[in-house]
Design a protein around this ligand. Structure first.
Ligand SMILES: *Cc1c(COP(=O)(O)O)cnc(C)c1O
Length: 367
């Protein structure tokens, strides 16, 4: 049996209505910040529960532009987490600022207890990452940020519709960043991102920054860039956004099935499932004894298991200049040897999941 990682062919198998929609859209020629973008922004803000949503061209820019709007630039430090996708750090570095890492805990998010020790006079902002679909402990982080007068921009690219006590990811800080990349929970056919905020001034700045800082066709208010949400992708987004809640419900249901059965295997440890938190399983990760052996065994049997990620950012060549020494982030380091990601999404079947569970069981039974 093969258990595929990518479910995109299934997700976009029946799209006649969408193609008809695209045909209608193309006839309008409304390609630049067109009506579909306006509609998508309205629906996205409604989905997350914020006053504003601003479409941009990627999740990376959805992190970068709010930081730019907050004045983050050369010489500044921005605190984020040691285990994230490179895009978080790339967004900070692109502004000329220095990413400062804080280790994670077993929820794969920033260990908020270590944030204060990382604050210096140069710290300009904090970017918690709601990694894998967990949420950073925002109840603990926000008072720390407020005490030090530091704005928070949430990287919610993997955490759409995750919440703590019902309050959604992306709505805790000054702004929240989402990605609509094909591999994210709410996805389109290319690169796209969204920033949400309740702050009118922030929303105003973002609308300028994403479109060359143009107030209108003839007047340039600030220096910005080209980071518009593509209208064609907005058509795809509008087609899909009505099912966003269903997608996350289904992912949660499938993850709970894995938890129940993989959790019975003594060599597998399920990460903490926190009672007040709705986690949306962008990635389904467990801790496994003899991870490398299990990974190879699963791959050999057609299961596209993965490791997110085998090499932490602070040990990557591109970030050597930050000067972190090996062992600086022990939990992040430990995870690289213990974690395994199994395919889990809204389209995986029970048969596929049972096959994964049986394969894991047979690996440990046969060792
Ligand atoms: C995907 C992702 C991003 C960036 O999103 P893009 O749309 O690919 O630019 C940022 N942060 C995290 C944690 C991500 O997973």
């Amino acid at each position: 049996m093969k258990v595929r990682y990518s479910y995109l062919p299934q997700q976009f198998a029946e799209i006649d209505d969408l193609l008809a929609e695209i045909k209608r859209f193309v006839a309008t020629g409304d390609f630049t910040l067109g009506k579909p973008v306006v509609e998508f922004e309205r629906r996205f803000a409604e989905l997350i529960g914020t006053k504003h949503a601003i479409g941009v061209n990627s999740g990376t820019d959805a992190i970068k532009l709010p930081l730019k709007a907050l004045g983050v630039g050369h010489g500044d430090e921005v605190i984020t987490t040691a285990n994230t996708f490179i895009a978080t750090v790339g967004a900070i570095a692109e502004l000329g600022a220095r990413p400062v890492f804080v280790d994670c805990d077993d929820s794969f998010c920033m260990d908020v207890g270590q944030v204060e020790a990382a604050i210096t006079p140069r710290t300009k902002a904090i970017v918690p990452v709601h990694f894998t679909g967990y949420m950073t402990d925002m109840r603990a982080l926000m008072p720390i940020a407020e005490k030090h007068g530091l704005p928070v921009v949430e990287d919610a690219c993997q955490g759409i519709l995750a919440n703590i006590e019902g309050r959604n990811s992306g709505t805790w800080g000054r702004a929240g960043a989402f990605s609509l990349h094909p591999l994210k929970n709410l996805n389109v056919w290319g690169d796209a991102g969204v920033v949400v905020t309740d702050d009118d001034a922030m929303a105003h700045s973002l609308r300028l920054l994403r479109n060359h800082g143009m107030r209108n066709r003839d007047e340039i208010e600030v220096l910005g860039c080209n980071s518009r949400l593509d209208s064609l992708q907005a058509v795809v987004g509008n087609w899909l956004i009505g099912t966003a809640r269903e997608i996350s419900d289904k992912r949660i249901e499938n993850a709970e099935y894995y938890d129940r059965h993989l959790g019975e295997i003594p060599q597998i440890r399920i990460p903490p499932r926190l009672p007040d938190m709705r986690l949306v399983y962008h990635l389904y990760i467990v801790f496994a004894e003899d991870r490398d052996g299990l990974l190879k065994y699963a791959l050999d049997r057609g299961i596209e298991a993965k490791v997110h990620y085998p090499i932490p950012l602070y040990r990557q060549d591109a970030l050597k200049h930050l000067g972190y020494e090996a062992g600086s982030f022990p939990v992040t380091d430990r995870h690289t040897t213990e974690i395994i990601t199994f395919p889990t999404d809204q389209h995986i079947s029970r048969e596929e999941q049972d096959y994964v569970i049986e394969t894991v069981r047979s690996y440990y039974a046969g060792r």
